[in-house]
Design a protein around this ligand. Structure first.
Ligand code: MTE
Ligand code: MO
Length: 383
């Protein structure tokens, strides 16, 4: 049984799949802290977690190669740890976060996700650019266009390994702070998050943050894995499984601006006489774009209230990789105007004034990816 040696997990997590393991934290807990406690960080494995023998840190190494240049140079984990330790706060978000909402429009294919397939952590490790310098590899050849990250986790039937790539100019830009991370929130990486080493690509969709990292390849072409070529791409709402052409869409990298109401929870009841409610949530945008505003409405978007933002500390403009938490005391419509259910809506604005689309059906796509439409929840006035 390839799943016999899976790690223990926190029972607070809402499990979306047991094998491979996929789980998200309850939203009201998720938005309580800037840094998500490691046990509660969402988990998305496509394959069994590699065994402790395969990931023995004393023998662990990662191989680097440049297409047309080297046969590969291996660096031991212990040597990576001798390089300067760099830390970056970065949210990781799955491209399928908020997938379940799409099914209210039309069925989508993919695992279940509410809005908790995102979490925020401080990652520490060696900068990819420092690693290259330390071994004297410089992929300056203009034909090198991509960096492939290859994991150790294997499909038990096909033997296929998880892998993904990012554009090379982004990976080598010092502002990107691409890390070979061996720590998460100041502790060694847990098994579910890639122990003992993972790629952290700040500002980029979860799928490229390859866990159990074993090889890095500088290549002419993009990674040819299923997850790069035939998944994690989005299409027009009119494209269906009979006419989809995966070669026509680019792989998702930076994700669009999004926000979510995390508390109260959808379906919660409030006091019948309440005149306001405290609403909290997260907001995030990819590519290092910070959040400059979150608007919240209790009347379907006729009137909006500015939330107070808690932005990630010490991050420079266009290098804002952590998420933003927000909170607002939202005045409620009178009982005469809204006697029963109240809909709460939020939308965020990022530093480049990108905004979220209002409707879900306008961005519907077959795999249910990139749902950044206005987030809506309903609460009830108590009896
Ligand atoms: N890396 C490996 N080796 N195997 C995987 O299945 N899943 C990817 C990415 N890296 C995956 C991986 C996906 S789709 C996501 S969303 C993130 O890891 C999830 O990271 P987390 O489990 O640390 O939250
Ligand atoms: Mo993902």
């Amino acid at each position: 049984d390839p799943y016999a040696k899976e790690p223990k997990r926190d029972p607070t997590l809402l499990v979306r799949s047991e094998q491979p393991f996929t789980a998200e934290p309850p939203l009201d807990i998720l938005a309580q802290q800037m840094v998500t406690p490691t046990d509660l960080f969402y988990k998305r494995n496509h394959l069994p977690v590699p065994s402790p023998t395969e990931t023995d840190p004393s023998a662990y190494k990662v191989t680097l190669s440049v297409e047309g240049q080297t046969n590969g140079i291996s660096i031991a984990l212990s040597d990576l740890k001798k390089l300067p330790k760099h830390s970056v706060m970065s949210a990781v978000q799955c491209g399928g976060n908020r997938r379940d909402e799409f099914s209210t429009v039309k069925q989508v294919k993919g695992g279940h996700w509410d809005a908790g397939a995102i979490s925020n952590a401080v990652w520490s490790g060696a900068l990819l650019i420092d690693v290259l310098e330390s071994i004297g590899v410089s992929p300056s050849d203009p034909d090198i266009k991509h960096v492939e990250f290859i994991g150790l986790d294997k499909d038990p039937t096909t033997g296929v390994t998880y892998a993904a790539s990012v554009p090379v100019e982004m990976a080598l830009d010092p502002k990107s702070q691409v890390l070979l991370a061996y720590e998460m929130n100041d502790e060694e990486l847990p098994r579910d998050h890639g122990f003992p080493l993972r790629a952290v690509v700040p500002g980029v969709v979860g799928a490229r943050n390859v866990k159990w990292l074993s090889q890095i390849k500088f290549s002419h072409g993009e990674c040819d894995s299923h997850w790069q070529q035939s998944d994690y791409k989005s299409f027009s709402p009119s494209v269906d499984w009979s006419n989809v052409d995966y070669s026509k869409a680019p792989a998702i990298q930076e994700m669009p601006v999004t926000s979510t109401v995390c508390s109260p929870l959808h379906g919660a009841s409030i006091d019948a006489s309440a005149q306001s409610v405290t609403v909290r949530g997260y907001a995030y945008s990819g590519g290092g774009r910070g959040i400059i505003r979150v608007d919240v409405s209790a009347d379907g978007g006729k009137t909006w209230h500015d939330a107070t933002l808690q932005t990630p500390p010490d991050q420079k403009r266009n290098q804002v990789y952590g998420w933003t938490l927000w909170e607002v005391t939202l005045p409620l419509p009178t009982q005469a105007d809204a006697p029963g259910d109240i809909e709460i809506v939020c939308k965020a604005v990022d530093s480049q004034y990108n905004v979220q689309p209002e409707t879900l059906d306008s961005i519907w796509n077959i795999r249910g990816l990139l749902n950044n439409s206005w987030h809506r929840i309903t609460i009830h006035r108590g009896a």
